[in-house]
Design a protein around this ligand. Structure first.
Ligand code: SAM
Length: 239
């Protein structure tokens, strides 16, 4: 039983993410869509050796391989991408779904700094990962080999259209009391612009129910507002 098995591989996380996203709900569906989102990647012993990141500080972007640890292990060959309104199906391997065999995720993130004072902590921006996500590998991004701006992107040919976001005066007042008001406001705008409501809700016109999304240590309450044809998301409270 101790013989190496080339059909099964065990992954050991090298660290975990501490991010502005306490919950899965509301996180943009790809990295870079909310550049105001800060995260730290805290490496775990024995991977937190400063030697292991020597030279990495000269790269502006990194690939993170991680585990969708909050997704169930079960998967099916067809998934319903939110991008297709949640009703059309595509193959799991034609999607970036979190419900996939091996639950491996891949995100391209911006590297801001590396702190090697106590172990190793990478400061990142634009992460699409929930706080606590286990990371299994880091690789530097090579733009000359890995950037293909004219590539064909199937059912997701371009960035999704953005919603208008407004703030109720009460919410602005709550923001004004915070030390991080400028960056928190930017984060709220960038997250809500992506329209975090479930796909089927987005089609529901005239429903003005209140939604909540947790960012940093606050609960952001927002509400869809009908403006003729267009819908705006209005931030009602920041608690
Ligand atoms: N860029 C990655 C990729 O392509 O593999 C992730 C794409 S996935 C569509 C992004 C979503 O994963 C986020 O909107 C968030 O809700 C969810 N998510 C983030 N971290 C997660 C985790 N640790 N477990 C399960 N779901 C997670």
């Amino acid at each position: 039983d101790d013989a190496p098995n080339s059909e099964h591989f065990t992954l050991t996380p090298i660290g975990h993410v501490v991010s502005d996203y306490p919950d899965k709900f509301g996180i943009p569906r790809q990295p870079g869509l909310a550049p105001a989102a800060n995260a730290q990647l805290v490496l775990t012993a024995p991977f937190n050796d400063p030697l292991a990141v020597r030279g990495l500080e000269d790269f502006s972007h990194l690939w993170l391989s991680f585990i969708f640890h909050q997704s169930p292990e079960r998967w099916s060959p067809l998934v319903r991408p939110p991008r297709l309104g949640g009703n059309k199906k595509v193959g799991v391997f034609a999607s970036r779904s979190t419900h996939r065999p091996n639950r491996l995720g891949l995100s391209l993130v911006r590297l801001i700094a590396i702190d090697t004072q106590h172990g190793v902590t990478l400061l990142l921006q634009g992460c699409d990962l929930v706080s606590g996500t286990p990371v299994v590998d880091i690789k530097p991004y090579l733009p000359w080999a890995e950037s293909h701006p004219n590539a064909q992107a199937g059912f997701a040919p371009a960035a999704p259209s953005l919603m208008d976001v407004t703030f109720h005066p009460t919410a602005l007042d709550m923001l004004a009391h915070r030390q991080d008001s400028a960056t928190l406001r930017a984060l709220i705008e960038q997250v809500l612009r992506q329209d975090p409501r479930p796909a089927y809700k987005q089609k529901e016109q005239g429903s003005e129910r209140l939604y909540g999304v947790r960012l940093r240590d606050v609960d952001v309450k927002f509400c869809p507002r009908q403006n003729g044809e267009a819908t705006t998301l209005e931030v009602m409270a920041i608690e």
